[in-house]
Design a protein around this ligand. Structure first.
Ligand SMILES: Nc1ncnc2c1ncn2[C@@H]1O[C@H](COP(=O)(O)OP(=O)(O)O)[C@@H](O)[C@H]1O
Ligand code: SF4
Ligand SMILES: [Mg+2]
Length: 326
């Protein structure tokens, strides 16, 4: 058995830039994901962070092969799935599942909870042990819902409960990896912690691995073992959660973290708020050299001409910067 459940090697996903749209002047492609390499170990939670538009969702959807990768390699559970066709992906799909951001649009309003959760069995032609209804009831109980509500419809549930239904559906086929794309950002703050704690408990109970996409860093800090920081389709920094939050080495990470309220006031005093100037550049025309150079306060000439190498600063921490923080 391989140590990693998921391995991405130099993964890219480009979309055609639409003519006539906001990119009408730019030729070529939207470089949504541009050479991402990362791993998720078995049982591990890897947080994928970065501001909106940096390519997080595209990574998640490409991993699931909902998008065909442009280049690079996806290895899942020891198998190279990069070029598998739709049909060949079917048995693999049951082992990797996605939880979506919006618990309202991701559940069919005309189907009962029972039908929604058992759809995985139908699609994959699987008769679960003890029968479908028994399994669905078990799944409802597992995610903290009342199994008696099996015949209710999505609109009869709150946002948090609906996200639990989505989680139950994703667990039906006993997946090994779950790609969670901002699974709590559409929920009330008061409900977020409950759903995060549920995901945490399920991981321990079922030995799941998570690729956890989020822009809320305090949630990522809570749930992740390691964090990958993306900017404009590229990985800027990667580190165990504690190291990343205690000692960010990439200027972009430092800027992101400076906006997070710190629980410990002693740390808060030493953390100066950095406000990034300007907007995220278009991924159709990314800046040359370091893609962050147009917004980085440390940028030198070399940053505008040479793409920084990814440096290993400790065995588990890497940073892509010519002048990393110390
Ligand atoms: N289907 C698509 N077609 C064209 N461009 C896309 C598509 N999906 C995403 N993009 C673009 O790719 C970039 C990354 O988007 P996304 O992966 O959704 O980022 P994030 O999830 O980090 O907000 C954005 O510039 C977005 O506009
Ligand atoms: S390489 Fe240069 S521009 Fe890029 S983050 Fe480092 S210092 Fe800033
Ligand atoms: Mg997204």
């Amino acid at each position: 058995m391989t140590e990693n459940i998921l391995e991405l090697n130099n993964l890219t996903k480009f979309f055609p830039a639409k003519a006539g749209g906001i990119f009408s002047r730019a030729k070529g492609e939207v470089r949504a994901v541009d050479g991402v390499s990362l791993t998720v170990a078995r049982g591990e939670t890897v947080g994928l962070v970065g501001e909106s538009g940096c390519g997080k969702t595209t990574v998640g959807r490409t991993v699931m092969k909902l998008y065909e990768p442009t280049s690079g390699q996806i290895v899942f559970d020891g198998q190279d799935i990069t070029n598998l066709k739709r049909k060949e992906m079917k048995p693999i799909r049951s082992k990797m599942q996605m939880i979506f951001q919006d618990p309202f649009s991701s559940l069919n309003p005309r189907h009962t909870v029972g039908t929604i959760i058992s759809s995985s069995y139908t699609i994959h032609d699987i008769e679960p042990e003890g029968g479908v209804e028994h399994s669905v009831r078990e799944l409802l109980t597992l995610v903290g819902l009342n199994p008696e509500h099996i015949n209710r419809f999505p609109h009869e549930f709150s946002g948090g409960q609906r996200q639990r239904i989505g989680i139950a559906r994703s667990l039906a086929l006993k997946p090994k990896l779950i790609v969670a794309d901002e699974p709590v950002s559409a929920l009330d703050v008061s409900i977020q912690a409950q759903v995060i704690n549920l995901l945490d408990d399920l991981q321990k109970e079922l030995g799941l691995s998570y690729l956890f996409v989020a822009h809320d860093l305090s949630i990522v800090q809570h749930i992740s073992d390691r964090v990958v920081v993306m900017y404009l389709g590229k990985v800027m920094e990667m580190a165990p959660t504690r190291e990343l939050f205690a000692n960010p080495r990439h200027p972009y990470t430092k800027a992101l973290l400076s906006a997070v309220p710190v629980a410990d006031p002693k740390m808060g005093r030493s953390r100066e708020r950095i406000i990034l100037q300007g907007d995220l550049p278009s991924p159709v025309n990314p800046p040359s050299g370091c893609v962050f150079n147009t917004r980085c306060w440390k940028a030198q000439d070399i940053c505008r001409t040479a793409v920084p190498e990814t440096i290993q600063v400790t065995p588990l921490q890497t940073v892509a910067c010519h002048f990393p923080e110390v």
